[in-house]
Ligand binder design. Structure first.
Ligand SMILES: *[C@@H]1O[C@H](CO)[C@@H](O)[C@H](O)[C@H]1NC(C)=O
Ligand SMILES: *[C@@H]1O[C@H](CO)[C@@H](O)[C@H](O)[C@H]1NC(C)=O
Ligand SMILES: *[C@@H]1O[C@H](CO)[C@@H](O)[C@H](O)[C@H]1NC(C)=O
Ligand SMILES: *[C@@H]1O[C@H](CO)[C@@H](O)[C@H](O)[C@H]1NC(C)=O
Length: 484
């Protein structure tokens, strides 16, 4: 009897222990798995973040060559005048003395481009990230409304459009994705202004595509088949060398390294799209990708904003790149600069490109920060790309074969071109255009927007790919800082 009581007590103890321990264990498991979500297991490789990826395979099968004619463009548009490009007179010693990136004899000062001004050996990348992350959070959470300029243009009767088009490279199979993006751009912006749309494809658009897209807007719509010479791989690319490099890139986890059409697309958006005959008539474009989201009401004309405030490029997300896809891009650029130092803009965003503290491994592999404007959204002036500096540099890049021997994306190419050859005061952060392209978001703290303010990416461990803080510190002019 006594024995049975003892056994009973032990039994009670076990039950009590179980009652207390099981929920504790459960709690622990929940914590561990939640931790996993946040520390970035199952995160897509960053090299794979570039837009227009899904279904690329289907799209580029069966490349045809069926030219289509453009419809007429509206003739009632405002003339923006001739592009102004002034290079510093580097033969003048006084001017030269003020340019730290050139030597006294006018040649390139390579040392300038190998050193980030705020480099600090004693500061850990982790700490820099924490500071930058805080800076970004404070910045993006500041309540904003529209840009604080006195020349915003509102829709009105007999409104004259700027010289601009909405622009999209899209496959027939992406119809639903582009309709979804169009619907938002129309609702938030374009139904108020009626800018024309231009759709580009390397094969002809299907009847269904054209009918449905036309029905999604009251604006004019143009369907363009990209001329082969602006799209296809140049004939000088060495097949053996290309294959060798593709194998190397695949081994380094560079997504789509073996997909020729993907390289074609990157080269096209880097340096040839603005030469499409149909696009010659336009100055500005707004790039719209399938399956993107637009969260904020825009009640002013963004193209006129660019024109009237002397902007040539607008973006809304700043990211580091996967350096293994661009190991030679910076060196190839330095070769060009050695030959043509005069193209460098005295007010370029050099330090933004040279920053090496938040993710030093990027610089170790690629030779520069890899920070870029995420180009699946951009509102820009094609005359910058058509200008002498950018187009000569693009030709140099193209001749090196890097679009095929590596997988240079149009985002890093645009960003280096802008950072070196454009006045940084002409680059605008459209922080009021709330935007999402998987997995990154720009969401301002504004009553005009329907999104979670300040949210950048769903996974904490990917936050360190955000280099927006560097743009705030090294790219923004005073006017830009006070813009909102
Ligand atoms: C394109 O324009 C040319 C010349 O105006 C015309 O001959 C041709 O039929 C047009 N093609 C299409 C597909 O409309
Ligand atoms: C629009 O811009 C393009 C490129 O700068 C230019 O060639 C064209 O003449 C412009 N059109 C008008 C009407 O100003
Ligand atoms: C636009 O900006 C560029 C570069 O800062 C400058 O050279 C030019 O004079 C500006 N143009 C106007 C109209 O303000
Ligand atoms: C780039 O150039 C530097 C300096 O000339 C050199 O040390 C480095 O190996 C080059 N990197 C690549 C990837 O070619």
């Amino acid at each position: 009897m006594f024995g049975r009581i003892i056994v009973g007590r032990r039994y009670i103890k076990i039950i009590l222990l179980a009652v207390v321990l099981i929920p504790l264990l459960h709690q622990l498991i929940v914590l561990i798995t939640r931790g996993k979500e946040h520390t970035g297991y199952n995160i897509p490789k960053l090299q794979d973040k570039v837009p227009t990826l899904q279904g690329v395979n289907d799209y580029f099968k069966n490349i045809g060559n069926s030219a289509q004619n453009a419809t007429e463009t509206p003739d009632d548009i405002v003339d923006a005048g001739e592009p102004v490009v002034i290079y510093p007179d580097v033969s003048d010693p006084e001017i030269l003395a003020d340019l730290p990136y050139l030597k006294a004899d006018g040649s390139l000062n390579k040392y300038f481009f190998s050193k980030f001004v705020d480099h600090d050996d004693n500061k850990k990348a982790r700490k820099v990230f924490q500071e930058n992350n805080r800076l970004y959070a404070d910045y993006i959470m500041e309540p904003i409304d529209e840009p604080k300029v006195d020349n915003l243009q509102r829709p009105s009767e007999d409104y004259k459009l700027a010289n601009a088009t909405l622009l999209s490279l899209v496959r027939n199979s992406e119809l639903d994705g582009i309709l979804s993006a169009m619907e938002q751009v129309e609702a938030k912006f374009n139904s108020k202004f009626h800018y024309p749309w231009t759709f580009m494809n390397d094969v002809s658009f299907s009847k269904e595509f054209k009918t449905k897209v036309k029905a999604a807007t009251e604006s004019e719509v143009h369907f363009i088949t990209i001329p082969k010479k602006l799209w296809k791989k140049p004939i000088f690319i060495d097949k053996d060398l290309e294959q060798k490099n593709i194998d190397l890139m695949l081994a380094n986890g560079v997504g789509y390294a073996d997909m020729e059409s993907y390289h074609n697309m990157c080269r096209f958006y880097s340096g040839t799209f603005y030469n499409i005959p149909h696009l010659q008539q336009f100055k500005y474009y707004w790039r719209v990708e399938p399956d993107t989201k637009y969260f904020c009401d825009i009640d002013y004309d963004v193209f006129k904003f660019m024109q009237d405030n002397n902007k040539s490029y607008g973006f809304n997300i700043n990211l580091y790149d996967g350096p293994s896809s661009i190991t030679k891009l910076w060196n190839t650029t330095m070769e060009f600069l050695e030959e043509h130092p005069k193209y460098l803009n005295p007010n370029g965003a050099f330090q933004w490109l040279l920053e090496d503290m938040q993710n030093p491994e990027k610089n170790q592999i690629a030779g520069y920060s890899t920070c870029h404007f995420w180009s699946n959204f951009e509102i820009a002036d094609m005359d910058f790309f058509r200008g002498e500096a950018y187009s000569k540099w693009f030709e140099h890049l193209d001749n090196s074969g890097g679009f095929y021997y590596e997988r240079w994306g149009d985002a890093p190419v645009h960003a280096i071109g802008l950072g070196l050859f454009e006045d940084k005061s002409r680059i605008h952060f459209f922080r009021d255009i709330g935007y999402h392209h998987m997995p990154f978001t720009n969401c301002p703290n504004s009553d005009r927007c329907d999104c979670e303010a300040g949210k950048f990416v769903p996974w904490f461990s990917v936050e360190k790919e955000n280099c927006m803080a560097n743009w705030v510190k090294y790219g923004m002019s005073e006017d830009e800082k006070n813009m909102f």
